[in-house]
Design a protein around this ligand. Sequence first.
Ligand code: FAD
Ligand code: SF4
Length: 527
Amino acid sequence: MSYLSALPLILDKTSNMNTRHLVILFLDQLSETLSALSGFDSSRDTVLMIEADDLFCNVPHHRLKIAFQIAAARQFAASLAESGYRVRYSRLEDADNTQIWQHEAVRLCNDITPEKIIVTEPSEWRSHQAVLSLRELCSFPVEMRQDTRFFSTKEGFSSFASSRKVLKMEHFYQRQRKEHGVLMDGNKPIGGKWNYDSDNRRSLPADTIIPPTTRFKADRTTQSIVRLVNQRYPDHPGSDFPFYFAVTRKDALTLLEEFIQTRLACFGDYQDAMAFDQPWLFHSHLSFYLNNGLLLPKEAVSMAEQAYDQSMAPLNAVEGFIRQIMGWREYVRGIYWHKMPSYREENYFNMNRSLPALYWHGNTKMACMAQCVGDTLQHAYAHHIQRLMVLGNFALLTECDPAAVQDWYLAVYADAYEWVELPNVVGMILHADGGYLASKPYVSSGNYINKMSNYCGCCHYQVKEKSGDKACPFNYLYWHFLLTQKDRLSSNPRLVFPYRTLAKMSKEKLDQIKKDSETFLENIDDA
Ligand code: FAD
Ligand code: SF4
């Protein structure tokens, strides 16, 4: 049965007949193996899925992201219906949709009157709160099941974190590898080392051929969703860019296999590299699907491990990729749930400047920022080093309010959900948690960007210049940041060298840094 012919079925308003369990799925729970679906009885149970304006408007989410979420969720609902599940689906354009997820859930629960509601724990704080409130707002019992798609549990992470004086991703990652027997030789890591990050810092040679990525042409159904989103959210970023995401599990699996076969081997070497007009490089571009459930982290890790066993990719690449998924991805989720809701309010440096407007349009003389913002707006994607060492670095050096930075990152990336975006912003790029997630702020001068990219060659600013109108702004802003945060950072053992250099600078030089930085910050819209 095609998606279109399944559509009446998923909209069937009589599917509430004699419902035993009502299984509510969120739009990022598109996995048939989801714990909430375990034990589902097609003759007595019903699946409920809800689209609502409030899901897409808490920040101005990128239009490609919204269309991707809706298209994938509707395809998933249709595939469930095709397999015999009874599905009730509340679409954005339905006349009776109340447009607030929680109200919609209450309305439909009261309509369906199940014996029990079942959910898999939602990924984000606000959805979690909304489910908890259902317990009060409806008279039906609510069973919340663990999300078994992750390698670790929230509770396991919390007890790990509570038992440590200093939290380190590396310790958590090693524990994950041991516990799940991934890349292990007995109780030792394969190859003798846990982490091959030091091998993974090459810049991209000019003649490198980057394998093309399959782009899926939006079918008529997806095109109509894109039109709906464009009409409904005209002020959100991301107009007129082509839609090419996979919206079915089958297509997402094709992308996973393609990555393993064509890009994984070079993933490690060029993980930190950046290049003009090359947003994708050797990255996997799988976060969209890992985060909405079309792909499972365990299958991605297992396929990467197999590629190593079959000598299709070297250890530095496979370990690097697996570390991102079993290590960083689960580490940030653990911190999110361990620290919420107060984690959202962290502001260690008391930064309060607004986010520069250039983050929303990309018009700037700084070539690196123009490229990274441009990639982001066009694809609802930028790779990790662009997010971290250009966009994030600049947000911290320009003293942006963490709340504004969080909103931007949550809005613009198609893989952005608060559980993964927030710790990366608060802990990794802004150090707003005072060093809970990462032991030092990821700040750098233009030198790092120049080493890892070809951006600087085409820039209005000169990366070698340290002061004056033509100097690369990252150069003086970097020292200005260390100077202004001296009280908080100078005792950090990982910042001994820069603070030693700072201590040797003449008063004239320090005054110049201050003057250049203040002038820049005052005129940031002209940068
Ligand atoms: P690859 O480079 O191919 O990495 C493989 C996978 O590892 C990714 O798909 C992702 O699932 C995981 N991963 C890698 N690094 C991280 C990390 N730091 N945290 C969590 N998972 C990681 N990732 C998101 O999925 N959603 C976000 O909202 C998000 N926001 C970010 C915000 C900032 C400020 C930063 C610095 C990073 C953020 N990341 C986020 C992490 C990372 O940048 C993206 O996961 C990655 O760029 C996605 O592209 P990819 O699939 O090609 O990743
Ligand atoms: Fe960015 Fe500075 Fe290089 Fe220009 S010179 S691209 S601003 S790092």
